[in-house]
Design a protein around this ligand. Structure first.
Ligand SMILES: [Zn+2]
Ligand SMILES: [Zn+2]
Ligand SMILES: [Zn+2]
Ligand SMILES: [Zn+2]
Length: 357
């Protein structure tokens, strides 16, 4: 993730709604593809000012109503691209649920930023990518998962105590909102980029997803856990449960890696070697991981990059890289500095439109 200079010279961060130094209002401008300081106009609108595009804009409705977004939109009262993709939110009169939902939306904007950076047209794909953030009630329980372009994340995941409990129960090194979103969105990536198109190749790299079928593999995994040698073939324990989960875990790892490498390149000028080669990206990432983990240990935190990447896992990451970076504009040096890549039309494997928004 990048940071951006305010007109006053201070740094604007991805989530800022205001410059902490000069107090100017700011927000994400889609046309500029960055966080910009805005100036009020005479008629109550905002102008993308300074080095921005000069457009007259308004704040996303979820900012004016719930302080849950920092994007700028074309007309007052409308939702930004990210907020439009949420089809179900909890009862926002409940302050606790409101707080959890805000955390989800913030993580989701990062996920979508990453997909945009890759040039993946998540709105135009068939099905498009949409999100539901339900909260459990006394008689209604919701499962986190993905189905046909719809990502559902149970809001209890935004409760840090709950999340830590689950992390320990499942023996995971990390359990984060952005991690959940990247994992579930990766099931959608499988649907639009692999299903019915590259399944044979997929089977060669990840294993045949019909043998055993998903419905058989998952109960077995929950009963028996992963095989002892899972690290030789999988990025995580859970990835050993079934090839679909293996893909989702691997693609989520890949999205994490891109986000981290972009951040480090921008903040520290630490670029992967030239070329857009998965091996070079991975080598840089692993080298970084050694240092980052030591930094975290110095602070008593868990390892930032806990994954061990075996040769087999590196091959899977390389396949995901080839699959997902086809539409990616110049990277990493060009990322975030120009305009957003035009949303790519998704492969139209299905004739029918996906879920509406
Ligand atoms: Zn400022
Ligand atoms: Zn602008
Ligand atoms: Zn919004
Ligand atoms: Zn999954």
């Amino acid at each position: 993730m990048l940071t951006y200079p305010c007109r006053c010279g201070a740094t604007l961060f991805f989530e800022n709604v205001r410059c902490l130094a000069c107090g100017r209002d700011c927000g994400w401008c889609d046309a500029c593809r960055r966080v910009v300081a805005v100036e009020p106009t005479d008629n109550g609108a905002w102008r993308c000012a300074g080095q921005g595009c000069g457009a007259t804009l308004a704040f996303c409705k979820n900012r004016t109503q719930y302080d849950a977004c920092n994007a700028l939109v074309d007309s007052p009262g409308s939702f930004c691209r990210s907020c439009q993709a949420t089809t179900l939110a909890p009862n926002l009169d409940d302050p606790e649920l409101l707080g959890r939902w805000r955390a989800m939306e913030t993580a989701k904007r990062r996920l979508l930023y990453g997909l945009d950076t890759l040039g993946i047209g998540w709105e135009a794909s068939n099905p498009p990518l949409t999100f539901r953030f339900p909260a459990d009630t006394a008689d209604e329980h919701h499962t986190t998962g993905h189905q046909d372009g719809v990502v559902t994340i149970n809001l209890k995941e935004a409760d840090s105590v709950e999340r830590e409990r689950a992390r320990q129960r499942f023996g995971e090194p990390h359990r984060t909102l952005i991690g959940h979103l990247r994992h579930e969105a990766s099931h959608w990536l499988w649907q639009v980029f692999v299903q019915g198109q590259r399944e044979g190749e997929f089977g060669f790299v990840f294993g045949d997803h019909n043998r055993p079928p998903y419905a058989e593999a998952m109960p077995r995994y929950y009963e028996q856990g992963p095989p002892d040698d899972w690290q030789e073939r999988h990025i995580s324990r859970y990835a050993a449960s079934h090839p679909w989960e293996d893909f989702a875990e691997t693609a989520a790892f890949y999205l994490d890696m891109r986000a981290v490498l972009e951040t480090v390149a921008h903040q520290f000028g630490y670029h992967p070697p030239a070329g857009d080669d998965a091996g070079a990206l991975l080598a840089t990432y692993q080298q970084l991981g050694v240092g980052l983990n030591e930094v975290n240990r110095a602070l008593g935190l868990t390892d930032a990059l806990p994954e061990v990447v075996s040769k087999r896992v590196a091959d899977k990451v390389a396949w995901v890289h080839e699959l997902l970076s086809q539409n990616t504009p110049a990277w990493p040096n060009g990322a975030g500095t120009g305009r957003a890549p035009a949303p790519a039309a998704g492969p139209s494997r299905r004739g029918a439109a996906g879920p509406g928004r």
